[in-house]
Design a protein around this ligand. Structure first.
Ligand code: UT7
Length: 412
């Protein structure tokens, strides 16, 4: 897909700017040295072959994908100075959703109190966040939405086989998010490039748990619910698509490669990034790398890296950025972003934070009330359509309740 319809100059005077960003990783750190006690590996092997020194992993069962995603989303909203009630849409990119359904994005919508937002997850492996950014840009520029939250969130530690040294040393947990808002100046996400080659689907796969191999005793005992990867093939694919997607998106944005201030690539392997830099003839200091501290966090890696790059002052207003990734599918994606937010906008006062935290606290209470009310009502009224006095009463009350709920869940 070349995204031509939403790129280039057909903007209606509407552009899609990144106005908020944030990330969250679990506290628990797993170093290479600690991993060497778990599988047959060494710090030397992992560092020299990947660049990774440590990764963050969920420390308890309460640290789930939706929890990490909601925390990153809160940070992004706080930076944007946007109340959750003004979000039109929440997109969650993840390969490790909370459940098969409901979507992780819907759980985040509830946790944030984003009463007017639609929500859905998308699956495009490690490219997922950039697929979401592409859709976010298209929705904003077309006028379908004004404010969108795009999240990449993963708890890959839950799906790696901790006895498989080929994969377990690579991945980490975390979440990153951006708010994409409408603006009228020509800046923000100016062009995107998406691609897929499904013939390579088996190279990076979670084989069981879907319709092809539903969960069963056999699927569990054969390790079908763990990530399987042909590392060498994925490596070869990555070193080809990373430079190609970068060149393509730069061309679509009407830039030259030399104009690019910073490339924020998917954080999988330093050697892949070095290879892309060589092919593009760009110096390594134009590539932002933080994988030594997080490992490969799949769909979360680019928004986590973007958040850190901004915090380190490596992104300034007017800078031309390329975000580029690849992953399961096989898929690849890139976005050309002209940064438009002045640094002063990003500092929030103690009061701003306090008010935002209060808002999230009340979102939690609101969610609890809605759930409790639903339980209590169903318990008191019995089954729908029963032909007795409770059934008739329920029919009448249902009309009244839906009116009240509509009032309670509508936008301010
Ligand atoms: O987000 C997308 C997800 N995936 C990726 O981006 C991964 C892309 N691929 C890679 O990054 C690299 O292929 C890996 C880091 C996964 C592997 O590096 P490699 O240089 O391609 O190693 P290899 O698979 O060719 O394996 C070389 C050797 C093998 O031993 P033999 O067969 O040569 O005796 C492996 O068994 O290294 C061995 N090996 C290890 N040794 C120590 C593989 N994993 C480990 C390990 N520790 N953790």
């Amino acid at each position: 897909m070349n995204g031509q319809g939403v790129n280039g100059s057909h903007s209606n005077g509407r552009y899609a700017q990144i106005t908020g960003w944030g990330s969250y990783v679990p506290e628990k750190i797993l170093t290479n040295e600690a991993l060497a006690h778990v599988v047959d590996t060494t710090d030397e092997w992992i560092t020299s072959r990947t660049g990774i020194k440590q990764r963050h992993v969920a420390g308890n069962e309460r640290e789930t994908t939706a929890v990490l995603a909601a925390r990153a989303g809160r940070e992004a909203l706080l930076v944007a100075g946007l109340p959750p009630s003004r979000l039109d849409l929440i997109m969650g990119a993840t390969a490790t959703p909370e459940y098969m359904f409901p979507s992780t994005a819907s759980l985040v919508q509830d946790a944030l109190g984003a009463r007017a937002a639609g929500a859905f997850d998308l699956s495009a492996g490690c490219s997922g966040f950039l697929y979401g950014l592409n859709m976010g840009m298209a929705a904003v520029r077309s006028g379908m939405a004004d404010h969108i939250l795009v999240i990449g969130a993963e708890t890959l530690s839950r799906i790696v086989d901790w006895s498989d040294r080929n994969t377990c040393v690579l991945f980490g947990d975390g979440a990153g998010a951006v708010v994409v808002s409408v603006c009228t100046d020509r800046c923000g996400v100016l062009a995107t490039e998406l691609g897929s080659d499904g013939s390579g689907g088996q190279l990076l796969i979670l084989p069981a748990g879907g319709s092809h191999q539903p969960a069963s005793l056999e699927s569990v005992s054969s390790g079908g619910h763990f990530v399987k990867m042909n590392g060498r093939e994925v490596f070869r694919f990555a070193t080809t698509v990373l430079p190609k997607a970068t060149e393509a998106v730069v061309r679509k944005a009407g830039w030259q490669l030399a104009d690019v201030a910073l490339v924020i690539p998917h954080q999988a392997n330093t050697r892949i990034i070095e290879s892309a830099a060589k092919r593009l003839n760009l110096p390594m200091d134009k590539f932002f790398i933080n994988l030594e501290r997080y490992g490969n966090t799949s769909a979360a890696s680019i928004p986590i890296a973007l958040t850190e790059a901004v915090a380190e002052g490596k992104v300034r207003p007017g800078d031309k950025l390329v975000l580029v990734g690849f992953g399961a599918g096989l898929t690849w994606a890139a976005a050309a972003v002209e940064w438009g937010v002045p640094p002063a906008r990003t500092t929030r006062t103690f009061l701003d934070r306090l008010l935002a935290q209060l808002g999230f606290f009340f979102a939690g209470i609101r969610s609890w009330i809605l759930r409790s009310e639903r339980h209590a009502y169903n318990w008191a009224m019995g089954p729908v359509g029963k032909d007795d006095w409770r059934g008739h009463l329920r029919q009448r009350l249902d009309v009244w309740r839906s009116k009240v709920r509509r009032r309670f869940t509508r936008r301010d």
